[in-house]
Every structure is written in C-alpha cells, then in structure tokens.
Design a protein. Structure first.
Length: 253
C-alpha cells in the first residue's frame, strides 16, 4: 500500500499500556499510526516498535483536554501522515478516592481527560472522516461505568463515554462513520499496578486475587483490548455502531 492510499489512525494515550498495544496492532493491520501522548518524548518507544516492524508512525505530544493543542495535533497528523480516519480515544487518568475525600481537582482532572479529551479529539478528527466518507471511532470506557467503590469520578466519566459513543453513532452514521466503545475489565497495566501500590498490595497477589473473580481465570493484557479495537476499526465492522463491548473475561458478579 502506498503512503498516499494508506489509512491513518490516531491513538491517544499511546505511550504505554493499552494505547501502545493498540497502536502496534493497528500498524500491523496496515494503518499509519499517530501515537499521541501528553509527553511527545514518551511516544518514542511505541513509534520505534512500529517502525521496526515495517510500519509508519508519528509521535505527537498533546494535552487532549486542551482545545488548541488538540487542533494543532490533528492538523499536524493530517499534514505529516495523512487525514485520520480512525480515532481511538484511550487517554486516561485516575484520581481514586472515596466521595467524601475526593477533591474538586480529583473530579475535574478525570472529567477533563476522559470526557473533554474524547470530545475535543473527536470533533477535530471527524471532519476528515466525513470528507473520506469512511471512519471509525473507538472510545475506551470501563467496567467501572457500572459503578466502583472509590471511583465516583472515573465511573461517571466512563459511563459518560458510553452515551457519547451512542450519540456519535447516531449523528455520524450517514457519513460512513461508526462509533463504538470498549469497556475493559481488569487489565494488567502500569495504571492498575499503581492502584495496587496505592492501596499497599503486592502486585502478584493482587493480580491473583482479581483473576480468581474472573470467569476465564486470568487478568487481561493490553493485547486483549487491542484485538477488540482492531475489529471495530476494520472494514468488515461497518454495520456495527453505537455498541459497548465489555472485554472483561466474563460477566461481572
């Protein structure tokens, strides 16, 4: 596939974890990939891995909650890689605490990155999809959208992304653009390891305990989510839109 005909994907929060695995998977699927993260230097490892495997990638630094930075990032991606037609809104943060201990900042930061960030990135990228009459938007939700102790902010943001996704599907479907959401369960990443450390738990014991409550009897890995994104971004998923796919190893008790 020539560079001029290669479809372009954007993955936010792609320096590590789920985002990095997703960026690599989409590159394997034939996309040129914009690896977006808060610190452009942090994207180097993901970009180099994609290029080493024969793919095209561009590292871009941007705060997804900042409108001007998002506009500049998407414009740069369109100019250097090509117009983006796949967007994976994966960037996220946690500021866990019980409600009575949660600060204004804890709430606002989580909402800004997850909800405002997904809104800004989607608004900036959708025009390229509409021009192409083809597009795929995948928003990363979470099983926490069903409610989770100590995560009032995160749960609300992830539930909000599901409503956002369904509305995008309604508004953009006639332009050949689908929108779907993936809700991961327990995935072994730096973020979940930090959670274990914060509550004073040994990581290996924490993983084993979480896995014991999962029907498939293991914790998830970033590649599990990347595989689901690959499906939603595929040509064959054009009649699947407005859906929330729980990738959690089985139903939640």
């Amino acid at each position: 596939m020539s560079e001029s005909s290669q479809r372009v994907a954007i993955v936010t929060g792609a320096a590590r974890g789920i985002g990095a695995a997703t960026a690599s998977r989409l590159a394997d699927d034939g996309f040129a990939v914009a690896v977006v993260d808060l610190d452009e230097a942090a994207t180097k490892g993901t970009v180099e891995a994609i290029e080493a495997a024969g793919g095209r990638a561009l590292g871009v630094g941007a705060d997804v909650s900042d409108s001007d930075q998002v506009t500049a990032a998407v414009d740069r991606i369109a100019a250097e890689l090509g117009p983006p037609v796949v967007l994976v809104n994966n960037a996220g943060v946690t500021r866990d605490n019980l409600l009575f201990k949660m600060t204004d900042s804890d709430w606002d930061v989580v909402m800004a990155v997850h909800l405002r960030g997904s809104f800004l990135m989607t608004r900036a990228a959708q025009k390229h999809m509409i021009d192409a009459k083809w597009g795929r938007i995948v928003n990363l939700s979470s099983t926490s959208a069903l409610g989770n102790r100590g995560q009032a902010n995160y749960a609300a943001a992830k539930a909000g992304l599901q409503g956002f996704t369904k509305t995008l599907a309604i508004e953009l479907g006639k332009f050949g653009v689908t929108a779907n959401s993936i809700a991961p369960g327990f995935i072994q990443t730096e973020m979940t390891k930090a959670t274990a450390e914060r509550i004073g738990r040994n990581w290996e014991e924490y993983v084993a305990e979480r896995a014991a409550a999962i029907p498939v009897a293991r914790g998830g890995v970033p590649e599990d989510i990347a595989h689901a994104v690959s499906f939603f971004a595929s040509e064959g998923a054009g009649f699947v839109s407005g859906q929330v796919l729980y990738v959690a190893g089985g139903p939640r008790n």
